[in-house]
Design a protein around this ligand. Structure first.
Ligand code: ADP
Length: 411
């Protein structure tokens, strides 16, 4: 069975094609084909494709719109250097990462017109993401109307959040209108929790975990017995940790002050909080920690402040999740920063020394690929570096739905 996964973001498009045999494997499969399109500006994009047999393409291209980008990417599946199938009809199922499933969708679901309408309706909560997801769904539908498509929701992992985690202390009517914490990055946190249990050779039911997804977007998830009890992103993906360009939690009074002063329009504030804040806003250098590191080495004080603030807020928000978990068995570092930045991991572990966690300085900087426990023997909790695999997680969810429907038919 061939499953194509589409992960359509606000500025990037990722796609992977997996080939499944009869049974679901324990470890992630290497995709037959993997492609990404990153949009740097309104016109410029980078297209990268690799295949399991080491064929690849890497080109800078011009972009006209999302749909053109998607077609350009998919063409590489059935044409040219990286061709692995003859045409789309060889794909059995297409799985989509859909960012916002609202309070309705807590499980992956077969996409029909009603599901599309709901994803569209939920775009008011995640305008950049849900619209991109929907365009991906419609593009596949246009290419191959009979191919089944499945939506896997980033918010679904938070279906069991207790009320004290998802309710904001605002007028109750607002809650009834949908103003509540939804949480994001759920596919990644879920994958990491499952993987942590595998690495530690324990049952997920016996573990208290905090998963730190630290990429351009950053969030934490507190997971006990496999259930997410709290998370740092909220009503939107702007809340919580300091991120690459997003501010995370701030005093809402700042916004009231700025609106009262009429210095900025709502659209300008939206842009500043989402794209000009966080590491970039403080350092004035970059949203990328590698560039911030270089600036710190050159004595840039704002870059140093950005780094220190990032660590301070990260450690503070990890600590805030502890009472609900009642302790910590493992802290997971994942995504671009979590997987690659040993300095951030060491600095956070040092701040959490009061928990008697201890990172092994040699393991922490080791370049061995693969998932690894970085904690010393005597550390009171494990410190896991896990390569997040959102697309694999989506492919697995699709495989399970398909296996269930086969079982049902046979039954
Ligand atoms: P996204 O949220 O866009 O998927 P990623 O998970 O790819 O982001 O994370 C991107 C960030 O990860 C970069 O901005 C940078 O700060 C950090 N990063 C990526 N690679 C490295 C590396 N080799 N060393 C240190 N930091 C890295």
């Amino acid at each position: 069975m061939k499953i194509l996964v589409l992960n359509a973001g606000s500025s990037s498009l990722k796609a992977s094609l997996y080939q499944f045999a009869q049974d679901l494997p324990r470890d992630p499969l290497i995709p037959l084909w993997r492609g990404t399109i990153d949009r740097h500006s309104a016109q410029a994009t980078t297209l990268k494709v690799t295949t399991a047999t080491n064929r690849s393409i890497h080109t800078e291209t011009s972009s006209t719109d999302f749909s053109a980008d998607l077609h350009k990417l998919l063409d590489c599946l059935w044409q040219g250097e990286t061709q692995v199938i003859a045409n789309i009809s060889e794909v059995d199922l297409v799985g989509h990462r859909v960012v916002h499933g609202g309070a309705k969708y807590h499980q992956p679901i077969l996409i029909n017109a009603e599901v599309q309408a709901e994803i569209d309706r939920l775009s008011i909560f995640a305008p950049l993401h849900n619209r991109a997801n929907l365009m991906g769904i419609r593009a596949i539908e246009a290419l191959s109307p009979h191919t089944s498509q499945i939506a896997v929701f980033d918010t679904a992992f938070y279906g069991n959040l207790p009320a004290v985690s998802y309710v904001y202390p605002l007028p109750y009517e607002w809650l009834e209108q949908g103003v509540r914490k939804y949480g994001f990055h759920g596919i990644s946190h879920q994958y990491c929790a499952d993987r942590a249990a595998q690495l530690l050779n324990k049952d997920l039911k016996d573990l208290r975990l905090i998963s730190c997804h630290l990429g351009n977007g950053c969030s934490l998830a507190a997971i006990k017995s496999g259930v997410c009890l709290d998370t740092t992103m909220g009503f939107t993906p702007l809340d919580g940790l300091m991120m690459g360009t997003r501010c995370g939690s701030i005093d809402p009074g700042i916004m009231l002050h700025l609106l009262r002063e009429k210095k900025y329009t709502v659209a300008e504030l939206d842009h500043i909080l989402n794209f000009e804040s966080g590491l970039l806003g403080i350092s004035g250098v970059s949203n990328d920690l590698r560039e911030i590191d270089r600036a710190i080495e050159l004595g840039n004080a704002r870059a140093k402040l950005a780094f220190d603030l990032y660590v301070h807020l990260l450690a503070a928000k990890i600590s805030a999740l502890l009472p609900e978990l009642g302790g910590l068995d493992a802290l997971i570092f994942t995504a671009g920063v979590g997987e690659n930045h040993s300095g951030i991991r060491a600095a956070v572990a040092a701040k959490l020394a009061f928990l008697r966690v201890e990172i092994d300085p040699v393991l922490n900087v080791s370049n061995t690929g693969g998932d690894l426990d970085l904690a010393t023997q005597r550390s009171a909790a494990r410190l896991l570096r896990i390569h997040t695999q959102e697309e694999w997680s989506i492919a697995k969810a699709c495989w399970r739905i398909s296996a269930q429907s086969v079982t049902k038919k046979q039954g």
